[in-house]
Design a protein around this ligand. Structure first.
Ligand code: NMX
Ligand code: MLT
Length: 435
């Protein structure tokens, strides 16, 4: 990784100098007050950590290193990872990208013991449990742990962390594809093809027929879109917290992705397609707007969430949803599942607004955002191309999210972010002492 490493060796001293300057000049400035409601409310809105790889603006969505997602829709995941790490957009034929691809080729071989562990798991294990177990079991490969045990200097922590990250990223498509083929009885594993890009390799190893090449195109888009969503989301934040204890990248990535496996986070993509298919089954075909409205209210009145809608930070339609919708309109405009997703988009925000008003009248808090998030539309596209096992979808999200979590980990190691340790207070303390 001569080129990427050389670029980081230029950047790391600059990041460190900027960190030192900001602490010196602005160390006592207040970012946000933390109220009692925020402490009970998942720390929502508390600005309490630093992340340079990407920023989510409530009214605009995701910016990766300052570039709005919809302006860099065409990046391939290799370019995405380099952008996350360095802030540079490299052309596909740039030496850094080519070298990164060669590095993926070199490191892609999944160790036999990973297959052995996967094969010994109960056959009703969730694909996310299988993926995260596989990452964890590879911890013995960690360069960081080896170097740490040898007494490496703090200044150099980021180097073996980068090495671990590249190793994980190179093996993830093969592991994730093995989970798919094993879990759904698809036959033998398909091996990595040297010279093929990361997204196409993953598509190919899944073994989904792709005569037009559009599935590989979708996979590249999917892996690009889910890569990162600043530092506070559950997966990134968990990876960061675990990594802040100097647990290595295998521990940290597996932990972060365990968070992604929750239905309020990445598992929403499986829930979402499930919900769409339920409406189709219930109404015997693509449902009308009225039928969707009724079913959405039925879901809400049963005390459940409408998956794929709402967000902790966003207050507009997620640009990732917009991008997937664009892909769908261009490639599969007549697909009934895609059409249903599109129809749900015209109905559900109004339903959530109405329901939110009802909640407020009943003395509850409002729903903060009525608009679709990343998970609302992606499943319909995967389903169209033959990836119909929707409890697998969060694994795809994971392969992509690993790029963001790991680039954040490298960055944090490079600038020397402290171990995470916010202060908690008791209810008694709040009752007696909060002013
Ligand atoms: N359907 C029903 N109720 C909702 C929804 C929704 N889609 N979104 C928010 N609410 C409720 C929420 O459950 C909460 O209720 P209560 O006070 O009774 O617990 C209330 O509205 C206030 O929540 P918000 O402040 O709007 O949202 P919060 O920031 O707490 O949570 C999500 C954000 C994303 C967890 C929430 O919108 C949600 O559960 N959405 C559905 C699940 C989903 O799509 N998750 C994927 C997010 C993206 N990702 O990939 O991670
Ligand atoms: C994500 O991509 O991590 C989700 O949109 C959730 C979030 O940002 O909180």
């Amino acid at each position: 990784m001569a080129t990427l490493q050389a670029r980081l060796k230029e950047l790391v001293p600059q990041w460190r100098a900027e960190r030192a300057r900001l602490i010196k000049e602005k160390g006592d400035k207040v970012l946000t007050p933390a109220t009692v409601a925020m402490a009970f409310g998942g720390m929502r809105g508390i600005k309490g950590m630093v992340c340079d790889t990407s920023v989510v603006e409530p009214d605009k969505g995701l910016f990766i290193r300052g570039h709005h997602l919809l302006e860099i829709m065409d990046l391939w995941p290799e370019q995405t990872f380099i952008l996350l790490l360095t802030g540079d957009i490299k052309k596909l034929d740039d030496e850094m990208v080519r070298e990164y691809q060669r590095e993926m080729d070199k490191r892609s071989q999944v160790p036999q013991y990973v297959y052995d562990v996967l094969e010994s798991m109960p056959n009703d294990s969730h694909p996310m449990c299988m993926l995260n177990t596989a990452i964890l079991v590879m911890e013995r490969e960690s360069s960081f742990r080896r170097e740490y045990d040898r007494g490496i200097s703090k200044e150099d922590y980021w180097l073996p962390t980068l090495d671990d990250s590249l190793n994980i990223l190179a093996k993830l498509p093969g592991i994730a594809a093995a989970v798919y083929r094993l879990r759904y009885n698809k036959g033998d594993y398909i091996q990595w093809t040297p010279g093929l890009d990361w997204g196409s390799n993953y598509a190919n190893m899944l073994g989904i027929g792709d005569p037009t090449g559009d599935f590989a195109k979708l996979m590249r888009l999917y892996l690009h879109f889910h890569c990162d969503h600043e530092g506070g989301n559950v997966s990134a934040n968990t990876c960061h917290t675990v990594g802040s204890a100097l647990s290595d990248a295998y521990y940290a990535a597996s932990a972060g992705l365990n968070g992604l496996a929750g239905p309020l986070h990445g598992l929403a993509n499986q829930e979402c397609l499930g919900w769409i298919l339920e409406t189709i089954e219930k109404f015997g075909g693509a449902p009308s707007e009225e039928q969707i409205r009724n079913y959405a209210f039925e879901t809400l009145r049963a005390g459940k969430v409408v998956p794929g809608y709402g967000h902790a930070v966003l207050r507009v339609t997620d640009p990732r949803f917009t991008g997937f919708n664009k892909f769908g309109k261009e490639h599969i405009p007549n697909d009934p599942v895609f059409q249903t997703v599109d129809r749900v988009f015209t109905v559900v925000p109004k339903v959530l607004e109405e329901y939110s008003n009802e909640r407020v009248k009943a003395g509850k808090g409002p729903i903060a955002n009525f608009w679709p998030n990343v998970d609302a539309g992606s499943g319909a596209l995967l389903y169209h191309y033959g990836l119909t096992e929707f409890d697998y979808y969060t694994v795809l999200f994971s392969v992509s999210r690993a790029m963001g979590m790991l680039s954040q980990l490298v960055w944090n190691r490079a600038v020397g972010t402290a171990i995470t340790r916010p202060k908690s207070v008791s209810m008694k303390w709040i009752a007696e002492s909060a002013k």
